[in-house]
Design a protein around this ligand. Structure first.
Ligand SMILES: C[S@@+](CC[C@H](N)C(=O)[O-])C[C@H]1O[C@@H](n2cnc3c(N)ncnc32)[C@H](O)[C@@H]1O
Length: 200
């Protein structure tokens, strides 16, 4: 009997940003295939016995996409209900399309369950292209995870800010006036002191 695969977006990491459907499917699944992007809180809420990590392996190597594709078909072939859990939305830089194509090619029933995506990040040679060097830029490390950090600078300073504050992946870059909003509303934010905040 063929099982069923759900390509599920987990949102940015805060468990309350999981959709109701995502939560239900995770609970109902026989197996949850994931990497680290769903974040520590969501992953900790899933019984270890049904979790399979297809992210970074010991030694720092990534599990090849071909393995994940193959494993989804294999599990479905065993009649399992599988939640393929991906950070944010499966189709936003998430390789959801490749997995969907592989499942379709192998006759495995699947369903796409959208997730709340992280803010899109646009980087590039903006300053060299003529953008104002004073344009605000914010780096958000581990957004919505415990220990989230925000570092704020400008197009001119952000690389130094990043190095000085040792911002590590996963992190998103927010460029433009909106990046300075947090500073302007910080006094009104109930949890304005959450996490470390660094400003240039
Ligand atoms: C391969 S993309 C996956 C995007 C995901 N499918 C989505 O819809 O958000 C991974 C990149 O997203 C960003 N990212 C993912 N989770 C993040 C988080 N919790 N905080 C900050 N950036 C994050 C980082 O830039 C990371 O390198």
């Amino acid at each position: 009997m063929t099982g069923q695969v759900y390509l599920v977006g987990s949102g940015p990491g805060d468990p309350e940003l999981l959709t109701v459907k995502a939560r239900r499917l995770i609970e109902a699944a026989d197996v949850v295939l994931h990497d680290k992007l769903p974040g520590p809180e969501i992953l900790a809420s899933i019984p270890e016995a049904k979790r399979e990590d297809v992210g970074k392996r010991a030694g720092g190597e990534w599990t090849p996409q071909e393995y994940t594709n193959h494993r989804l078909v294999e599990l479905a072939g065993d009649g399992k209900t599988v939640a393929r859990l991906k950070g944010g939305d499966p189709f936003v830089f998430g390789r959801g399309g490749e997995e969907a194509e592989h499942l379709a090619a192998n006759g495995v029933p699947f369903e796409y369950v959208p997730g709340v995506t992280k803010l899109p990040a646009y980087t590039g040679e903006l300053r060299d292209a003529g953008m104002d060097p004073e344009t605000p830029v914010a780096l958000v490390e581990r957004a919505t995870w415990p220990g989230q950090r925000v570092a704020v600078g400008t197009l001119e300073t952000i690389v130094d800010v990043r190095d000085r504050e040792e911002i590590e992946p996963p992190a998103i870059t927010v460029i433009g006036d909106v990046a300075a909003t947090r500073e302007r509303v910080a006094a009104f934010l109930q949890n304005g002191s959450d996490g470390d905040e660094m400003e240039e």
